[in-house]
Design a protein around this ligand. Structure first.
Ligand code: 13P
Ligand code: SF4
Length: 304
C-alpha cells in the first residue's frame, strides 16, 4: 500500500515533472511506489522505444545505468537522469570494450551482437544490439554470419538453441537470475498442479529447460494477461510480481525464489527521483564519439 509519506513525495514529483517537461520511464523490476509514478512501465525494448519517441526535454530513467545510457545514445539533445548514479548492472560490467576488441581481432569476420545490458563503449564495438524480447529475431536477421554474442552466455545459449545454430558466447551472466534453480521451478509446479512456469532467458539452461515459457519481462506481462491459466510461477526478478498482481487481480503469481532480487534496480527510490528532478542530477551523458558508434548498433536493432 502507498504510505502518506509516499503520496506527498509523489505529488511533489508530479508537479516538478510538469515544470521540467520530463517523462518518467520505469522498468518492470522497480519498487512498487516507483512503478506508481511511471509514464511508461516496461521492459528494456519497450522503454528504449519510448525513449526514441518522446517529446519531453528530460528523461528520468528508473532502472539501471545501461538503460539510461541507451536513452542518451538515442537522444543526445535531452537531459537523461538516473536517480542513483550507482545503479549499475553487474552483467554489463562483465565485459569491457578492450576485451571485446581483442576478441574481434581473433575473429575478424564475425558479427558482434550485444545484449542491451552492456556499456555504451561495448555497444560502440558491436554491429547490432538486442534485448531479451527480440534477441532471436536480431540474430536471425544476420543470416549465416558467424556471431559473437555478448555479454550474457545464457541468453546467447537460449538464442542459439532456438535457432539451432552455433554462436561464440561471452561468459557473462546475471547474478540475480542465476539464483533461480531448476529445483525451484519443479518444486513450485508440484505444489501448484495446473500452474504454468515462466522464466527469463537470463536464467540458466537448466531452468529454461523446465519452464513452460521463456519470455522477456514485457513478454511475461502480456502472457499473464492472455493466458487462461490462473496460477503462474515467475522465474525472474521479483519486482515484476507487483505489476503482474495489479494487472491480473484474479490470478496468483508465485516467485520461483524470493532470492531473485536485483540490488541495483532497488537503488531507485521516490526520494532519489525527487532529488534528481530538483537538482537535475545525476545525469547520464555518453561522449559524442562513443555515442555515434553505439547509435548504429541501437538504431539497427530499433529498425528491426
Ligand atoms: P527485460 O528486457 O526482459 O525487461 O530484462 C532486463 C533485465 O535487466 C533483465 O535482468
Ligand atoms: Fe543486470 Fe541482472 Fe539486474 Fe538485470 S537483473 S539489471 S541483468 S544485474
Amino acid at each position: 500500500m502507498t504510505q502518506d509519506k509516499d503520496l506527498e513525495l509523489i505529488e511533489r514529483i508530479l508537479s516538478l515533472k510538469q515544470k521540467r517537461n520530463a517523462v518518467l520511464l520505469v522498468h518492470n523490476y522497480q519498487r512498487p511506489e516507483v512503478q506508481a509514478i511511471a509514464d511508461f512501465l516496461g521492459d528494456s525494448l519497450e522503454l528504449s522505444q519510448k525513449a526514441a519517441d518522446t517529446e519531453a526535454d528530460v528523461i528520468v530513467f528508473c532502472g539501471v545505468h545501461f538503460m539510461a545510457e541507451t536513452a542518451s545514445i538515442i537522444n543526445p539533445g535531452k537531459v537523461v537522469l538516473l536517480p542513483d548514479a550507482h545503479a549499475g548492472c553487474r552483467m554489463a560490467d562483465m565485459i569491457t570494450a578492450e576485451a571485446l576488441k581483442k576478441k574481434k581481432k581473433e575473429l575478424p569476420d564475425a558479427k558482434v551482437v550485444c545484449y542491451v545490458n552492456s556499456t555504451a563503449e561495448v555497444k560502440a564495438e558491436s554491429d547490432i544490439c538486442c534485448t531479451s524480447a527480440n534477441a532471436v529475431r536480431i540474430v536471425q536477421s544476420l543470416g549465416e554470419a558467424e556471431v559473437i554474442f555478448v555479454p550474457d552466455q545464457y541468453l546467447g545459449y537460449y538464442v542459439a538453441t532456438k535457432l539451432k545454430r552455433q554462436m561464440i558466447l561471452w561468459p557473462g551472466y546475471c547474478p540475480t537470475h542465476v539464483k533461480i534453480q531448476p529445483e525451484d521451478i519443479l518444486r513450485e509446479k508440484q505444489k501448484h498442479p495446473g500452474s504454468i512456469a515462466l522464466a527469463h532467458p537470463e536464467c540458466t539452461p537448466e531452468v529454461t529447460n523446465v519452464a513452460d515459457e521463456v519470455l522477456s519481462t514485457g513478454g511475461m506481462i502480456k502472457f499473464a494477461k492472455q493466458t487462461e491459466v490462473n496460477t503462474l510461477i515467475i522465474g525472474t526478478e521479483i519486482g515484476i510480481i507487483h505489476r503482474l498482481k495489479k494487472e491480473n487481480p484474479g490470478k496468483t503469481f508465485i516467485p520461483a525464489t524470493r532470492e531473485a532480487i536485483c540490488p541495483n534496480m532497488k537503488k531507485i527510490t521516490l526520494e532519489k527521483v525527487l532529488w534528481a528532478l530538483e537538482d537535475m542530477q545525476p545525469q547520464v551523458k555518453v561522449p559524442e564519439d562513443i555515442r555515434l558508434r553505439a547509435y548504429g548498433a541501437v538504431q539497427r536493432m530499433l529498425g528491426i
